[in-house]
Design a protein around this ligand. Structure first.
Ligand SMILES: Cc1ncc(COP(=O)(O)O)c(C=O)c1O
Length: 403
């Protein structure tokens, strides 16, 4: 007799980013070179301070560390925040295995089965892994390419609030849209949270990466909502250290942090060596982060100039993170993405892009949108965009024959 799996695991969907991987693997097997405009893995070198600190570490016994994280790392995170005029105490900070563990712990601590999270869509699709496994219902508030994916009115949010709504969740700067929310938007969310007694889960892992006039305003800077705010943070993107899996969850709400601490204790602790490396990263002068920000800003400008040349494309300049969501003149961006991998090539080369439909909760929304990442360097962006533009031209010719 076949062994059964849980219904819960059955509800877990593959990520829309990973969905295209088999097509990519097949294209690679056939000898095609794939250029990636789909990834969230920066190519910026991880600072050597990380590796030096790990190399210099020695203890006769590699013991369990504190469940909350090493005191040294927590202290450096606290210092990082106080340089940004956010005064957290060491008891407000729990180190987690990347931002994602912080998200999963926060949701576990505040939601029961059937509770609801209010979230602007499109949103980071991986959140669904936690919504699905924890059986949390998502209430999505749609945002649009035409308005740069900025937030709609307070009424649009309030329409979706029910007695089961527990929190408003968002990433700022946003993955996938690259939108940086304005002060008025942040204040509106704060107001809604107070009026309807909700938590705010603010995923700020891209905090440093804001461009032009934009400023990333942290929910952590608002005194009157400090009990409601749960900050999610990580070194993955900030220090280009995705593989170290070090993040944190921060809140001034003592009861909440004590509850999340129980989850930290249940998984015992994080890898000591990774925390040693992360501590060294947090000690690096903030001017390093400014250099990285400038590098992404250059890439963003190159990408934007390439995109706005394409006829029929709706694109706004990305304001932050290293993503842009673009409306393409195709009926179905997923079909286009698969076609690029299966049927298209120029001199044996093609492009992988991310269809955005899977980042929406609303069925059919975003079908003609793609997310482009500028985590790759300027030259590669230019070269890859040339391939994408040619691909689009040929696809549109074929599409017009098909329909
Ligand atoms: C918005 C957002 N939050 C969280 C994460 C996960 O980060 P981490 O590597 O810290 O788990 C990502 C990764 O891409 C992300 O884009």
């Amino acid at each position: 007799m076949e062994l059964e799996l849980s219904q819960r695991i059955g509800k877990l969907k593959t990520s829309p980013i990973r969905k295209l991987i088999p097509y990519g693997e097949e294209a690679t097997r056939k000898g095609k070179i794939i250029h990636h405009l789909n990834i969230g893995q920066p190519d910026i070198k991880t600072p050597l301070e990380f590796y030096d600190a790990v190399r210099n570490y020695f203890e006769p016994v590699l013991k369990y560390a504190n469940s909350a994280g090493t005191p040294e790392l927590i202290n450096e995170i606290k210092n990082y925040y106080s340089r940004r005029k956010m005064n957290y105490s060491i008891d407000d900070i729990l180190v987690t295995s990347g931002g994602v563990e912080g998200i999963s712990f926060a949701l576990t601590a505040i939601c029961d089965v059937g509770d609801e999270i209010l979230i602007p869509e499109p949103y980071y699709a991986n959140y669904n892994s936690f919504f699905n496994t924890l059986e949390i219902n998502v209430k999505a508030v749609t945002t649009y390419a035409e308005t740069g994916f900025h937030l709609p009115s307070m009424e649009e949010f309030e329409k979706k609030i029910t007695p089961r709504t527990r929190a408003i969740m968002l990433s700022n700067p946003s993955n996938p849209t690259g939108t940086v929310y304005r002060k008025e938007e942040i204040e509106m969310i704060a107001q809604i949270s107070k009026k309807h007694n909700l938590y705010i889960i603010s995923d700020e892992v891209y905090r440093e990466f804001v461009y032009g006039e934009n400023k990333a305003i942290s929910f952590g800077t608002f005194k009157d909502i400090e009990d409601r705010v749960i900050l999610i943070d990580s070194i993955s993107k900030r220090y280009s250290a995705c593989g170290s899996r070090i993040g944190c969850v921060i809140s001034k709400n003592k009861k909440l942090i004590q509850s999340i601490y129980k989850l930290c204790q249940a998984r015992l602790c994080l890898p000591t060596l990774e925390m040693i490396g992360a501590t060294a990263l947090y000690k690096i002068d903030d001017s390093y982060l400014e250099e990285v920000r400038k590098e992404y800003e250059k890439r963003r400008n190159v990408l934007y100039n390439e995109l706005r040349e394409i006829e029929g494309v709706i694109v706004r300049e990305s304001e932050g993170a290293f993503y842009s969501v673009v409306k393409f003149p195709v009926k179905d961006a997923e079909k286009f993405a698969i076609w690029l991998l299966e049927e298209f090539e120029i001199n044996g080369e093609t492009v992988m892009i991310t269809p955005v439909e899977g980042f929406y909760k609303t069925k059919g929304a975003g079908r003609d949108e793609i997310r482009i990442s500028y985590a790759i360097d300027e030259l590669k962006i230019t070269q890859t965009m040339a391939i994408l533009k040619e691909g689009l031209k040929r696809y549109l010719k074929e599409e017009s024959k098909r329909y």
